[in-house]
Write a protein that binds this ligand. Structure first.
Ligand SMILES: *Cc1c(COP(=O)(O)O)cnc(C)c1O
Length: 346
């Protein structure tokens, strides 16, 4: 069992957070009903709220972001078509190929080095409209970009991309697992981005501190198709009002804390950015990506573990540290110091 003390030093992900006592109390109070019959009032309240905040017609609660992303694909395109997404995107790398095995799509890489899809590069690989060629089915963008280091999708890039996908008549889906982070970091509304996509997925279990849950928002037509698809995948849930209550609590009380995560991430970056034996990506939100000079990510992670700090090696030469609401100032200072120390001992 993880304790609050454990997660206070755990930088592996912002998913490791534990519900606070007050969040648990809010969960205990939740009104519930059978959500497969659409009768859970707390789930309905959450879905209405997310639809309103994203400016979408409707939304649907999911157990995971992966399932919501998959359903977004299945609801908006058909097997045999192509998925265009970032070469380092979550949908491509961390969802076990469900776009292929379950949605029946093939995947086309688009460079996403800076966290957004390069429109010129996308146009270069875009399949021509010829009946004997495999046709585009959907485009997926990620905001913030996880592996890129929590990078925020520039709105102007999204506008240009959406103009292109609209011309082509292909839906644009946003994997917005951390869209709230982008909104808080730039002091903008969710709709700043969501008005330029057909559907969006947001997670309440990433940094906001709810134990579980993601929401897919889109047009009424998309969400009506998504409902039976969620059931098909085993995601039809019953009395889950307690989980929706945790999500609502997180939005009311934890959203403001994201700014603190961003500040702490900046501070650690500030301490380590000039170290010659590593290259840290300047963070825009709560994810710090550190590239080591040689393939020694495992060594750095082990060094930090010895000092009671958990981080994640996401490639042989890349370490990720993610900032969340259960961390302490002490943990962040210790992380910065320990990274500096590693260089001297290695
Ligand atoms: C975490 C994450 C998801 C969804 O993950 P689940 O663990 O299935 O909830 C999707 N996209 C991004 C960018 C993520 O970081």
């Amino acid at each position: 069992m993880a304790t609050y003390e454990d997660v206070a030093f755990d930088f592996r992900s912002d998913t490791v957070t534990l519900p606070t006592p007050d969040m648990k109390a809010a969960m205990m109070e939740a009104e519930m009903g059978d959500d497969v019959y659409g009768e859970d009032p707390t789930v309905l309240a959450l879905q209405d709220r997310i639809a309103a905040e994203t400016g979408m017609e409707a939304s649907l609660f999911f157990p995971t972001g992966s399932m919501a992303n998959l359903v977004a694909l299945m609801a908006q395109t058909e097997p045999g078509r192509q998925l265009y997404c970032g070469a380092r995107g979550h949908v491509k790398l961390f969802e076990l190929g469900s776009f292929a095995s379950l949605a029946g799509l093939s995947q086309v890489d688009v460079p996403d080095t800076h966290g957004f899809l390069d429109l010129e590069q996308l146009q270069k690989v875009w399949a021509p409209e010829i009946y004997y060629m495999t046709q585009p089915g959907i485009v997926v963008v990620e905001n913030t970009h996880n592996i890129g280091g929590g990078l925020i999708y520039p709105v102007e890039e999204l506008v240009d991309l959406h103009r292109f996908t609209q011309e082509k008549g292909v839906p644009l889906h946003m994997d917005g697992a951390r869209l709230w982070h982008a909104a808080v970091a730039q002091g903008r509304s969710l709709s700043t981005w969501t008005r330029h996509v057909e559907s969006v997925m947001l997670s309440v279990s990433k940094g906001l501190g709810a134990p579980i849950g993601s929401v897919l928002a889109g047009s009424k037509a998309v969400i009506e198709r998504a409902l039976p698809l969620r059931k098909l995948l085993g995601g039809g849930m019953r009395q889950v009002g307690q989980l929706a209550a945790a999500a609502l609590y997180a939005l009311d009380h934890h959203l403001v804390l994201l700014a603190r995560d961003h500040t702490r991430c900046q501070e650690v970056f500030g301490t380590i950015k000039n170290l010659p034996w590593l290259e840290a990506v300047a963070p825009q939100t709560n994810i710090l990506i550190i590239h080591t000079e040689r393939p020694e990510a495992g060594d750095l992670v082990a060094h930090l573990t010895e000092r009671g700090l958990k981080t994640l090696a996401i490639s042989p030469s890349t370490v990720r540290a993610v900032f969340h609401l259960n961390l302490t100032d002490e943990a962040c200072e210790r992380l910065a110091d320990a990274i500096k120390e590693w260089g001297r001992t290695r």
